[in-house]
Design a protein around this ligand. Structure first.
Ligand SMILES: NC(=O)c1ccc[n+]([C@@H]2O[C@H](COP(=O)([O-])OP(=O)(O)OC[C@H]3O[C@@H](n4cnc5c(N)ncnc54)[C@H](OP(=O)(O)O)[C@@H]3O)[C@@H](O)[C@H]2O)c1
Length: 221
């Protein structure tokens, strides 16, 4: 599959690395220092990785990963251009500058609304970049959950397959409007910032669906 990356830093760079390991082709884009994109593309190998502009990455991508600081989202979207019909995976969290969601509005709903036409999916945002990089190598019951939300079911299924190939367990938490538990800040009653494994995920999904409190955070030895 062709994976475009807008913002190939800690999170986007790890996604690119894991995608290439899984046999996907990646195009990296959007940097103040373009030599960083070339260096990562060279590290990942020219057979599978290249660098381009955000518009080129968007045109190339079957799945486009947006992984930029919150305040850089408007510029990234402007440079990416029309995203109609494009599956877009948003890894961002609402830290720093830039317009923010209203009280009670999820960051996922807020961002989906500023990407008109995109087939919006949110994931890769709940765990630190170093943990994501380390955990991608795990197998079996130790694999970690990457929570997913979005309003386009087929898009979520495609993204879930890619997440699984990258080495994680994709778990669908539901719609953009009801995914607050996977959003910052880290707090009791949320999955943001916490490690989850498959065995503990369904109870969270059930609670979110029921509008109930999620079970207490699991700990792993
Ligand atoms: N780091 C984490 O642990 C973590 C975990 C979960 C989610 N997230 C979220 O994922 C998103 C990406 O985070 P990250 O930690 O991967 O960020 P990062 O390492 O700073 O990467 C951001 C990328 O965007 C590029 N970029 C292009 N224009 C930029 C601009 N105007 N300002 C800043 N960067 C620009 C940077 O390249 P240049 O430096 O060359 O400009 C860099 O490659 C954020 O929304 C963050 O909240 C982060």
């Amino acid at each position: 599959m062709k994976i475009g990356v807008i913002g190939a830093g800690r999170i986007g760079g790890n996604c690119a690395r894991q995608a290439v390991k899984a046999g996907h082709d990646v195009m990296l884009s959007f940097a103040r220092d373009l030599s960083k994109l070339d260096a990562l593309a060279a590290e990942l190998g020219s057979a599978r990785a290249s660098a381009g502009s955000p518009a080129e990455a968007a045109a190339f991508a079957e799945v486009l990963i947006l992984s930029v600081p919150w305040g850089a989202i408007p510029e990234a979207l402007l440079l990416a251009g029309d995203l109609s019909g494009k599956i877009l995976v948003d890894t961002t969290n609402q830290f720093g500058s830039g317009p923010k969601p209203r009280a009670g509005e999820t960051a996922a709903s807020f961002n989906a609304a500023r990407m008109p036409g995109a087939r919006y999916v949110k994931s890769f945002n709940t765990l630190t970049s170093s943990f994501q990089a380390e955990a991608a190598g795990r197998t079996g019951e130790d694999r970690v959950v990457q929570w997913v939300c979005g309003d386009d079911e087929p898009a979520k299924e495609i993204v879930a397959r890619v997440i699984e190939e990258m080495g994680y367990v994709p778990v669908d938490l539901g719609a953009t409007a009801t995914c607050a538990v996977m959003e910052a800040p880290r707090r009791p009653g949320a999955v943001y910032g916490e490690e989850y494994r498959a065995a503990d995920a369904q109870a969270v999904v059930d609670a979110v669906r029921a509008g109930a409190e999620i079970p207490s955070t699991p700990t792993y030895g």
